[in-house]
Design a protein around this ligand. Structure first.
Ligand code: SF4
Length: 292
């Protein structure tokens, strides 16, 4: 697969993601705006929707924090030149930082020096998945710092069970309050280990809000968590109201008998993601946005 083509698609996806919300998120915000009863909450949702519209019209980032750049790559086992993709994504990140522009958000934790181009050790971060076939599915997921700061991992006791999980999710949200710029989307995962559960929780944020969980038991749990979260009254931007969250996506892994890890990945209203599939003949299918 052509390295330059991958780089170009990644730059386009970054531009799409930071300037235009995916349709499912926009629709959920519009619905929240329509149904929100609190005056302060409605005013915040009006401001958010105006901001979203303006960003789309002017093709400028919808938030000053354009996040840390994360990629999810589903690579067909027959894709050629897999070893060149990482470099292509790093180059795309540097280019996007200049061209869009993105805020430079990659800081060395020891020297506090900002690299200036959103790259650094393990950044952009790339999540790999090998699939069958010969196409490449690329997702960009720029993740804002405000919502990242309130993500939480709880190493619960197996006896705490699902009741404990629910309590942990709601406590996390209450503790977060206005910090993650609500209304939020929650990725929740249970099982695996400390690292596995957080990875699954974050990946759950990629599932569109209008795509149901394939597991009916998890759909039920998602609905319960959604209702509990929206009973907190935190509301849009923490100013009170019904819509503290737009959705909750749950995933799980089998666990060690002695462990019950639960992770909550918190996403802000600026729930940015964009995906495309690149075919071996170079054809590009944009999956979340209209081609720009
Ligand atoms: S949490 Fe999200 S909306 Fe709030 S400042 Fe950060 S990126 Fe922007």
């Amino acid at each position: 697969m052509d390295e330059k083509a991958i780089e170009d698609v990644a730059v386009k996806l970054l531009r799409m993601a930071v300037t235009e919300l995916p349709k499912d998120v926009k629709k959920a915000l519009q619905r929240a705006h329509h149904e929100e009863k609190s005056e302060a909450g409605k005013t915040q949702l009006t401001a958010i929707l105006d901001n979203v519209e303006l960003a789309e019209k002017t093709r400028t980032p919808m938030c000053q924090d354009t996040g840390v750049i994360i990629f999810y790559v589903k690579a067909g086992a027959k894709v050629k030149n897999l070893d060149t993709i990482e470099d292509a994504l790093c180059r795309a990140t540097r280019r996007a930082t200049k061209e869009i522009p993105l805020r430079p958000n990659a800081v060395d934790p020891f020297t506090q020096k900002n690299s200036g181009d959103n790259t650094g050790r393990f950044l952009p971060f790339i999540n790999w998945e090998i699939t069958s076939g010969d196409s490449l599915e690329l997702t960009v997921f720029p993740k804002g710092g405000g919502s990242e700061n309130v993500c939480a991992l709880g190493m619960l006791r197996p006896g705490d069970g699902v009741k404990g999980l629910k309590r942990f999710v709601v406590d996390t949200l209450i503790k977060a309050g206005a910090k993650p710029c609500p209304p939020n989307i929650l990725g929740v995962a249970v099982g695996g280990g400390a690292d596995i559960t957080m990875k699954l929780a974050k990946r759950a944020l990629l599932r569109p809000l209008d795509k149901p969980n394939p597991d009916p038991e998890l759909t039920k749990l998602e609905k319960e968590l959604y209702e509990a979260a929206n009973m907190t009254g935190i509301g849009p931007m923490g100013l009170g109201g019904k819509f503290t969250v737009l959705g909750v996506n749950v995933d799980y892994a089998h666990r060690h008998p002695a462990s019950y890890p639960v992770a909550v990945a918190v996403q802000c209203w600026a729930a940015r993601r964009a995906s495309a599939r690149i075919h071996p003949d170079g054809q590009v299918e944009y999956l979340t946005h209209e081609a720009m």
